[in-house]
Design a protein around this ligand. Structure first.
Ligand code: ADP
Ligand code: MG
Length: 395
């Protein structure tokens, strides 16, 4: 699906390397409060430094809306990266312009600096060609390791990639392309997709693409209620997207026509609201009118776990219930456990799904947890991601 050059295909020694990373980390009281994204980029960073590249890191942080805003400075990130690397990481006052140029010119082989937030310029998100040229002027080569923004054609993720050669994938990006790509192009069968989460509307395009490839589709989470209602079942006060009923019905028919087994929940944990600390288990046939379905029930867990146990490839996007509330987290954690025990290639996509798997404590037992929320969904929808497209093809 993608056959892109990576860090392993090039030697960046002596080159000025512009590397787009995802340092969009949470900041609290001027400090990085969760450095996992910085830690995740270290493999790429250290590889380029060890090769003797002059490393110019670029990232966005938050949504400064194209204006300089001290709240979104990358200064805390430069400090934290400096601690992790055991050396000072200078931050340019602006990501383009004479001062950045001067600091880049002063880099020696194996040195690193960080450019200030690229989103301080409106031209970044507009993918402005002149702004891309300004960024490109700083460097000889380009590396993209920011999968989380690869679905956006911005100057630092797409525009600049066309102006520098080589333009290759970093190690994190390479993993994402490999695991998500393999699942879509050459999955080992049985291939099971599990779709859940809040809204049917967000997930229907993903299901559309996956039913061409999977053997079994397991549906859970809030979106299951749109599908159950589309099948004519009573779902009480559960989350239902009325405007998606028709599409849901079509999708179920299409799946069955393609010989994909589609399973919907047969029982539920219900409550008065998502914050409730009391759960009641009901089968589909007895769904209480005045309650909401907030997790899949024990019979559904058992059935889904049996299917997962036989799978060779599993793609999972979207929690099975309101896992943020311990009362309705059991279904999601049980599915995570089934994946961990399956021996299959297991791939998790989606921001909340990642959080749920982390909370289950089974993170290390998954084959691949995608770092890109929106990007992984668009990948699974079968869309071409501009930030990946723009990189050099392997010879
Ligand atoms: P991801 O970020 O992994 O793509 P989504 O954003 O689609 O996942 O969905 C995650 C959200 O879905 C969670 O906040 C969870 O509370 C919610 N959710 C799951 N099941 C239900 C349900 N039965 N009713 C309402 N919300 C639900
Ligand atoms: Mg989400």
């Amino acid at each position: 699906m993608y056959n892109k050059m990576t860090l392993n295909d090039v030697n960046l020694g002596g080159k000025r390397v512009l590397c787009r990373v995802d340092f969009n980390v949470p900041i609290a009281d001027g400090q990085v409060s969760d450095d996992s994204r910085i830690v995740a980029a270290l493999k790429t960073v250290q590889h380029i430094l060890q090769q003797g590249g002059k490393l110019i890191l670029a990232s966005h942080l938050g949504r400064p809306k194209g204006k300089v805003d001290a709240k979104y400075t990358l200064a805390p990130v430069a400090r934290r990266l400096g601690e992790l690397l055991g050396r000072e990481v200078p931050l340019t006052p602006d990501c383009i312009g004479p001062e950045a140029q001067k600091m880049v010119d002063a880099l020696k082989n194996g040195d690193v600096l960080l450019l200030e937030n690229v989103r301080f310029h409106p031209e970044e998100e507009l993918n402005d060609p002149a702004f891309s040229r300004e960024l490109a002027k700083l460097a000889d080569a380009y590396v993209n390791d920011a999968f989380g923004t690869a679905h956006r054609a911005h100057a630092s993720t797409e525009g600049v990639a066309h102006l520098l050669n080589p333009a290759v994938a970093g190690f994190l990006m390479e993993d994402e392309i490999r695991y998500l790509g393999q699942a879509l192009t050459e999955p080992a069968h049985p291939f099971v997709a599990i779709l859940g989460g809040a809204k049917a509307k967000d997930k229907i395009p993903v299901i559309h693409n996956l039913i061409k490839k999977v053997d079994t589709l397991l549906i859970g989470g809030g979106m299951a209620y749109t599908f159950l209602k589309a099948e004519g079942l009573e779902v009480g006060r559960s989350l239902v997207q009325e405007d998606q009923l028709e599409l849901a019905r079509d999708l179920l028919a299409e799946s069955r026509a393609q010989n994909v087994t589609v399973l919907l929940p047969e029982d539920h944990l219900t409550g008065s609201d998502p914050e409730s600390s009391e759960a009641h288990a009901y089968d589909n046939s007895a769904f209480p009118q005045d309650e909401m379905g907030l997790d899949i029930g024990p019979k559904t867990v058992k059935r889904y776990a049996e299917v997962i146990a036989k799978a060779q490839t599993v793609v999972w996007n979207g929690p099975m219930g309101v896992f943020e509330n311990a009362t309705f987290a059991e279904g999601t954690f049980a599915i995570a456990k089934a994946l961990a025990d399956s021996g299959a290639v297991t791939i998790i996509g989606g921001g909340d799904s990642m959080a749920a798997v982390k909370r289950s404590g089974l993170e290390d037992r998954m084959t691949h947890i995608s770092t890109g929320g929106g990007a992984s969904l668009e990948f699974l929808e079968g869309k071409k991601l501009p930030g990946i497209q723009a990189l050099n093809d392997k010879m």
